[in-house]
Design a protein around this ligand. Structure first.
Ligand SMILES: [Zn+2]
Length: 197
């Protein structure tokens, strides 16, 4: 036989004669061409949707996926993929515990979450949110009510000396914090040179 040498029309690789080959490409180039062709892709996904709609085929697929998902190697693969997807360390190496930046970040978080709460009442707040299951706003309202009640009791002389000290401390803390915020606010407005009433 003296016909032209059989080669892939895309990559020029030698092709073994095959009666199943429909085009002029090798296997790899056929797959590549198909995946780049919108019509071929539409056809493949339509076929997939049709197959998915047949209930016995769907059940078989679900069963085989469920089975595969139980295999230890699949579980490990999922774990690896998840780690890659969710790997913060890819972008930022975690700083060692106690690093000033971490300490500062922790403080910022605490301030944002319970900065409003006097230190003496933070255990109560934590108990309400972490153990009693109150949401942040509800827990805050309860703590604020409690502080109000405690301050009234203190003024009415109804507290033990220990309670008195704790509540007075908390009341001062709240006052100082409010004053701190007000002076900060004043500094800001003064900088903006707005007239002050
Ligand atoms: Zn090829």
């Amino acid at each position: 036989m003296n016909g032209p040498a059989l080669t892939c029309s895309d990559c020029g690789a030698a092709l073994a004669p095959s009666k199943y080959r429909k085009g002029t490409r090798c296997k790899g180039c056929t797959a590549r061409a198909n995946s780049r062709s919108p019509e071929a892709r539409a056809k493949a996904s339509a076929a997939m949707r049709r197959a998915w709609r047949r209930s016995e085929e769907r059940a078989a697929r679900v069963a085989s996926m469920t089975e595969a998902n139980r295999r230890p190697d699949m579980i490990e693969l999922r774990r690896v993929l998840g780690r890659q997807l969710n790997n913060v360390a890819r972008y930022a190496k975690p700083l060692p515990a106690g690093h000033p930046s971490r300490v500062q970040a922790g403080r910022t978080l605490t301030e944002r979450r319970i900065g409003w709460c006097p230190p003496a009442y933070r255990p109560l707040y934590s108990h309400l949110t972490e153990i009693d299951g109150f949401r942040a706003a509800e827990a805050r309202a309860i703590v604020e009510k409690q502080i109000e009640a405690d301050v009234s009791a203190m003024r009415a002389g109804q507290l033990s000396p220990g309670q008195f000290m704790a509540v007075r401390e908390a009341a001062r803390w709240i006052k100082d914090r409010a004053a701190g915020r007000a002076s900060h606010h004043e500094a800001v407005t003064a900088k903006q040179s707005e007239p002050r009433a």
